[in-house]
Design a protein. Structure first.
Length: 365
């Protein structure tokens, strides 16, 4: 039977190869003893074995460090995904694309909380700082809002950072928006073709330059069609869910008579999911009395009952992978903003011809 300290040493080696110490410090003998419920002497023999095998090395201050030669090769792709610790379906395809691209290159995606991501609870969460100072070759970061203080922290690291759903290219950051905000006009036109004239936008996402641009396009296209744009803007806080917030907002608006239109557009799929349920719980049928459509989020839209009309891109998964691969394969990206311009409307069951009874009774307050 293999000695206990050798079993623990092999377990620590696996952790090192999996990138577990790209962010975290190597545990001391005492911490190892506590983690594996063994004596201090067993933990000490474990560390001695790891040093002898070249997996660990001691610094001048006596602190244990991972031996870079053992951990990963210099060429190996070491990537972190830093995401909010609440559901954002629109990021799912990007998470898959990053994981697949890194795996294909024999690299490591940092694993925390059993998912291939680093999760944070708010913009000042210490886990963000830990990821930013980790030994990663590339960090994909999704922040709801980039404050001036956060921008200052990120700027020295911009060469290895990729920001989701922001356009900070003027500050020299590589950004992934995936689609032009101009495509927001497709949703207005879709409802307009169905005869809808009283259309509102409901937003519950934190405001940033991307959400601002989508709302601006909504207003512009409505005005071009000589329609009055109405915007209900209730951004969530970091720890709140955008879908639940949308549900609460829309149910209150309908219940109190503040919204009497026939169509609702949302700048994200999360807001549409909550809106759809609110319409249903107010005793109306989505797609009949009130049509609901969203910007992006086809996977979630397909699974919803009724399915949600959204903007989408043909073969989005393949295009996501290609964009990620382009970023990973270049030490200096060929451009800063990665997006595709052309989208189309995927029609679900949540939109349809304007309901005459609803139209005759509707009033914008």
């Amino acid at each position: 039977m293999e000695a206990k300290y050798l079993e623990i040493a092999e377990a620590v080696k696996r952790q090192i190869r999996n990138g577990d110490y790209l962010m975290d410090k190597v545990p001391s003998e005492r911490k190892l003893a506590e983690a594996y419920a063994v004596s201090y002497m067993t933990a000490r023999r474990t560390v001695q074995q790891l040093v002898a095998d070249g997996a660990l090395m001691r610094g001048e201050n006596g602190r244990l460090n991972v031996n870079p030669a053992f951990a990963v090769s210099a060429e190996q792709c070491k990537v972190a995904m830093v995401l909010p610790n609440w559901p954002i379906p629109s990021l799912d395809k990007w998470r898959r694309a990053v994981a697949e691209a890194v795996e294909a290159r024999g690299g490591i995606v940092k694993t925390v909380k059993s998912a291939k991501t680093v999760y944070f609870d708010h913009e000042d969460d210490s886990v963000i700082a830990e990821a930013l100072t980790g030994a990663f070759s590339r960090i994909f970061l999704a922040l709801p809002v980039v404050t001036g203080l956060m921008l200052q922290r990120l700027t020295p690291l911009r060469e290895k950072l990729v920001l989701f759903h922001h356009d900070l290219t003027e500050a020299g950051f590589t950004c992934l928006d995936a689609s032009s905000p101009e495509n927001m006009a497709l949703l207005v036109e879709h409802l307009h073709c169905f005869g809808h004239r009283r259309i509102a936008l409901v937003n519950t996402q934190p405001r940033n330059e991307i959400i601002d641009a989508r709302i601006a396009v909504f207003r512009k296209r409505m005005e071009e069609l000589e329609l009055e744009p109405q915007v209900f803007d209730f951004p969530v806080k970091s720890f709140e869910r955008a879908d639940l917030k949308a549900y609460e907002v829309v149910r209150r608006l309908i219940g109190q008579g503040e919204f009497g239109g026939t169509g609702i557009v949302t700048p994200t799929i999360e807001a549409a999911i909550g809106t759809l349920r609110a319409v249903h719980d107010c005793g109306m049928t989505p797609g009949r009395e009130i049509s609901v459509c969203a910007y992006g989020g086809l996977e979630s839209a397909r699974l919803s009952i009724p399915s949600i009309t959204v903007t989408t891109v043909k073969d989005a998964d393949r295009q996501c992978r290609e964009l990620i691969e382009t970023i990973l394969d270049r030490s200096t990206p060929e451009r800063l903003l990665y997006s595709w311009e052309k989208m189309e409307v995927w029609q679900g069951e949540s939109t349809g011809p304007v309901c005459k009874e609803r139209m005759e009774s509707c009033v914008f307050c």
